[in-house]
Design a protein around this ligand. Structure first.
Ligand SMILES: NC(=O)c1ccc[n+]([C@@H]2O[C@H](COP(=O)([O-])OP(=O)(O)OC[C@H]3O[C@@H](n4cnc5c(N)ncnc54)[C@H](O)[C@@H]3O)[C@@H](O)[C@H]2O)c1
Length: 445
């Protein structure tokens, strides 16, 4: 099949590479000339495990092309995906200007029947808007399909190649057939292709992310309760996760969710409900809990240093919102760093992949209040304490003796519960994590 993907970011590029890898001829379009130039040179603008090899292989075998020319993309393919960003507008709603700009371009350049697929996460009713926009510019026949994406950054290829389900929202049997054929190779193990109406497909994506965000905020609230009553949230997690009705995924306590999806999607579904005169009370609380959780370590750090962070240097391991990605959108590390700087501290930050992103994000602060370091132990030199913000694998089993030697004070604030409190105590650290007491608590009891 001939497939065009408009928008070559995390979702578009992964989708394009995976469709090409299953034998389709794929054109990836983007307005960003720099990005397209990089891709043509086989340079991948984002970090995603395995993606470089897959793009390289399919580009070499001429199944994957890159262009800024949307006309070429529209004319040459029957299936056209819209995979551009849908960032939050000021009022929290998803900004559809990029999606509708692509719809307009598709309408202008159509030369025959097309299946136009909304892959971006878009509010309910967007398929109708896309249909209306295309119709303004063409009399030719086309169908609009809502096909939300559920991939996780850091495991995007695997998620795309082996999805738990594929959701296809369409009112057209012809378009449904095209989509079933396109996704056939990815569901050979028997995972379902769920064909439904477009509005249900649009809501499904938001409901999935809202449910996952809810699990995270729920567990963070339990962790904060454990903190004050002296329980251990890890035990609670194991206790409830083994209940098959609850499940063990997505119930790890931490410093809150970030990234390009959960924060904006929770906001957007709340706004959609408001537009229809409804309040989503649970999700409003989920958001509120998450905003507080992002800085849950700050009072602990301040109180440890007797409310005086002026002249103190805090080392931070982990800047991306989760491991195996360089994505720092809405990362809790940003909130913490802002808070620490406001309190007068200097930051020594290390991340295995996100340093270039941090440089862009923190701009004028870099080289002054924020020093970015390539090597994890370099970040500890002259630092008063260490904070862990992302659970990268390489932080799980570090040389604790060296950490102790390098830090001015042997203190670790662990926002991801990577280490065992008893072991930390034995190693001579003051150790603070999320919802887990130090061992002496139990001795007292
Ligand atoms: N990142 C994720 O993990 C993820 C997962 C599922 C769904 N989504 C959703 O998928 C959509 C895309 O997300 P992303 O993370 O890939 O975004 P991204 O910002 O990484 O990529 C979007 C790309 O679209 C390009 N673009 C913008 N306007 C364009 C136009 N008119 N023509 C061509 N290209 C254009 C941009 O230059 C950019 O390269 C969003 O709606 C997002 O919510 C993202």
């Amino acid at each position: 099949m001939r497939v065009t993907i408009v928008g070559s970011g995390y979702v578009g590029l992964v989708a394009g590479a995976c469709f090409a890898d299953s034998g389709n001829d794929v054109i990836c379009v983007d307005v960003d000339q720099h990005k397209i130039d990089m891709l043509k040179r086989n340079e991948i603008p984002i970090y995603e495990p395995g993606l470089k090899e897959m793009v390289e292989r399919n580009a070499r075998e001429e199944r994957l092309l890159f262009t800024t020319d949307i006309k070429e993309g529209v004319e040459k393919s029957e299936i056209i995906f819209i995979a551009v960003g849908t960032p939050p507008d000021e009022d929290g709603s998803a900004d559809l200007k990029y999606v509708l700009a692509v719809a307009r371009d598709i309408g202008k350049h159509m030369n025959g029947y097309k299946v136009v697929v909304d892959k971006s996460t878009v509010p309910v009713g967007t398929a109708d808007k896309v249909r209306a926009e295309i119709s303004k510019h063409t009399k030719l026949e086309f169908d609009v399909v809502s096909n939300p994406e559920f991939l996780k950054e850091g495991a995007a290829l695997d998620d795309f190649l082996k999805p738990d389900r594929v959701v296809i929202g369409t009112e057209s049997e012809r378009a449904a057939e095209v989509m079933r054929n396109l996704y056939g190779p990815f569901v050979r193990s028997g995972k379902p292709i769920l064909v439904m109406d477009t509005k249900s497909a649009e809501v499904t994506k938001y409901a999935a992310n809202a449910m996952l965000a809810t699990k995270i905020s729920f567990m963070n609230e339990m962790a904060n309760l454990c903190d004050v009553v002296g329980a251990n949230v890890e035990n609670v997690r194991r206790g409830i996760g083994s209940d098959s009705r609850i499940g063990s995924a997505f119930i790890f306590a931490g410093t809150g969710y970030g990234g390009s999806c959960f924060p904006k999607d929770v906001k957007a579904i709340i706004k959609t409900a408001k537009d229809y005169g409804r309040e989503l009370k649970i999700l409003q609380a989920v958001e509120e809990v998450n905003d507080l959780q992002k800085t849950v370590l700050l009072p602990k750090i301040k109180s440890y240093f007797k409310n005086d962070l002026k002249g103190k240097t805090i080392a931070i391991w982990g800047l991306s919102f989760k491991p195996k990605t360089d994505d720092m959108r809405e990362a809790p590390a940003i909130n913490l760093i802002d808070g620490l700087i406001a309190a007068g501290a200097t930051i020594h930050a290390h991340d295995p992949e996100a340093l270039h992103e941090a440089e862009r994000r923190f701009g004028g602060h870099v080289g002054k209040e924020i020093i970015l370091l390539d090597k994890r132990y370099e970040a500890l030199e002259q630092a008063d304490g260490l904070v862990i913000m992302t659970e990268w694998n390489q932080f799980r089993e570090p040389d604790f003796n060296l950490i102790k030697e390098l830090l001015k004070t042997p203190v670790i604030f662990d926002g991801r519960n990577l280490y065992d409190p008893a072991r930390m105590k034995k190693q001579g650290f003051d150790y603070f994590s999320i919802g887990r007491p130090m061992p002496e608590f139990f001795v007292k009891a």
